[in-house]
Design a protein around this ligand. Structure first.
Ligand code: ADP
Ligand code: MN
Ligand code: MN
Ligand code: MN
Ligand code: MN
Length: 335
């Protein structure tokens, strides 16, 4: 007897990496071994030295194939056993370990948009739908496009054992959100990448594509973000740490350093309109959806909880964003 292991990895496409996967047949009960692939076909190597190495780092039940089949998330290494330049997970491992005692956790809100060919699902041919207003958390065939896929994706994520915490329809037709977490930095990032893979794979079965494009429709339409909710144990226990984290994110070069790595095209999304703060002005505030970082009202009432960094684009690399937040905030909270 055998099972199918779907090896999933992150490629070297610029400026935003894509997911790749291929299948290996393994003997029943066998651990997924190290494997390889052709890096010259994924933007990760030159043709004359194209072999790259896949090292399994996490595995999940495969909800599409069912049975004993698995999804196997990998890190990419070179043949001389160094993390490949595209392997941002390797950079997150040291700070995740260094600050583990602070128990940092993240809940990431992944917004995305379904496309039917060249236009967002629900946009009429050669025109535009009614303006924004009724779509967010809406109900009914005039407002909701793709719910069948969204429900199937949610079931697939749950069957894979992912820590999905909710879903909702977003502000633009065809735009949706799912949330992963709260989970530790490596876990939330691994699971977000796998949930994205399941999103593309589930939509594929319906002849629809999904995109993390941060500005999928030009004009007066909301962009797509990946609000990143963050706390440490100290923040979950008291308000001083909440304020300290918000202040740490505003110090010196930190705003620019974060923005630069918050997803390709982040300046085009963070205009100051459409529930965003301008990309070049850091701010934080209670309940303020026009701030860079929001302290939810319940957190201000309870005087403890978490903060929401509203700046990250839908197309972020969560290994990078969680690393920056841990390095900036946990270093400050340790001082
Ligand atoms: P919004 O009101 O901004 O749309 P959501 O409900 O979509 O918020 O997402 C909030 C996210 O924050 C969820 O993923 C949730 O699990 C996460 N979260 C809740 N508590 C914490 C916490 N203490 N630390 C980090 N994340 C948290
Ligand atoms: Mn081949
Ligand atoms: Mn949300
Ligand atoms: Mn949202
Ligand atoms: Mn949010």
């Amino acid at each position: 007897m055998s099972y199918k292991a779907e090896y999933i990895w992150i490629d070297g496409t610029e400026p935003t990496a894509k997911l790749r996967s291929k299948t290996k047949i393994l003997a029943d009960g066998a651990e997924p071994p190290v494997w390889g692939f052709d890096g010259s076909s994924t933007g990760q190597a030159e043709g004359h030295a194209s072999d790259l190495v896949l090292k399994p780092v996490a595995s999940y039940p495969d909800p599409l194939r069912g049975g004993a089949h698995r999804l196997v998330l990998c890190e990419v290494f070179t043949t001389d056993d160094r993390p490949h330049a595209s392997n941002t997970r390797a950079l997150l491992r040291p700070p995740a370990e260094k600050y583990a005692a602070q128990e940092p956790v993240f809940g990431i809100e992944q917004e995305y948009t379904f496309f039917d060919g060249a236009r967002p699902l629900g946009f009429p041919e050669g025109g535009f739908p009614a303006p924004q207003g009724g779509y967010y958390c809406g109900v009914g065939a005039d407002e909701i496009f793709g719910r069948e896929i969204v429900e199937r994706h949610l079931d697939n994520c749950l069957a894979a054992g992912l820590g999905i915490s909710g879903i909702n329809a977003e502000v633009m037709p065809g735009q949706w959100e799912f949330q992963v977490g709260p989970l530790a930095p490596l876990e939330v990032s691994d699971q977000l990448w796998v949930a994205r893979w399941l999103l593309y794979r589930t939509a594929e079965e319906h002849g629809v594509s999904a995109t993390l494009d941060p500005k999928p429709a030009k004009g007066d339409w909301n962009g797509a973000g990946a609000h990143t909710n963050f706390s440490t144990r100290a923040m979950r226990e008291g308000y001083d740490a909440i304020v300290a984290a918000c202040e740490a994110l505003g110090k010196g070069d930190k705003p620019a350093e974060h923005i630069r790595r918050y997803g390709a095209g982040v300046e085009a999304r963070l205009t100051g309109a459409h529930e965003t703060a301008p990309w070049n002005e850091y701010s934080y505030g209670v309940s303020d959806r026009g701030a860079s970082v929001r302290i939810p009202w319940q957190v201000e009432v309870d005087k403890k909880g978490y903060i929401e960094d509203r700046r990250p684009n839908a197309n972020i690399d969560p290994y990078v964003v969680t690393r920056l937040l841990v390095e900036t905030c946990c270093a400050e909270l340790e001082a």
